[in-house]
Design a protein around this ligand. Structure first.
Ligand code: 5GP
Length: 149
């Protein structure tokens, strides 16, 4: 499979095309799922669209819907096979947001609080506060931007 949108061919496009091996879990017309090569825990899975969008905001509604249809089902399978009872969905966009591979991907990361083969995702959550005036302005700005989509 080759794409000619002028974007760099990523490692994930090569995986979809079968040019690089992976532990494949699922494939349909629009999405592909496989095990992460550097798992944070056993069962760490990646779900990607076949559409070669770099970040989520660049993805078509069709591919987004296809990912959304598969994600809960795939998450249930990861939980069942790994024995985990909790998991994180991680989706990074942009280098400063920790995105290393410039092709949209959802991480499904089983969480094992006491596991030796990887506990799962550790999260730093430096929560701030939201005052009413800032909240009103931000919500209005985002709603206005959304209405222009
Ligand atoms: P990001 O930081 O971009 O959200 O995560 C990219 C993920 O892709 C990482 O967890 C990394 O281990 C995984 N990855 C990178 N290259 C390969 C590869 O060649 N094969 C597989 N299966 N996973 C990869």
């Amino acid at each position: 499979m080759r794409y000619s949108r002028g974007m760099a061919e990523t490692i994930f496009l090569k995986i979809i095309a079968g040019e690089i091996p992976c532990h494949k879990i699922y494939e349909d017309d629009q999405v592909f799922a496989f095990l992460d090569i550097g798992p944070l825990s056993a069962g760490h899975t990646l779900l990607i669209p076949k559409e070669p969008a770099e970040t989520l905001d660049q993805l078509s509604d069709e591919s987004a819907a296809a990912l959304g249809r598969v994600l809960p089902r795939l998450s249930r399978a990861v939980l069942k096979a790994s024995g985990a009872t909790a998991f994180n969905i991680l989706q990074n966009n942009g280098a400063s947001a920790h995105q290393a591979v410039l092709h949209v991907h959802f991480h499904i990361i089983p969480r094992f609080p006491d596991a030796t083969e990887g506990a799962g995702l550790g999260i730093e959550w430096p929560a701030g506060t939201l005052d009413n005036e800032t909240g009103r302005r931000l919500a209005a700005d985002i709603a206005a931007a959304l209405s222009e989509e």
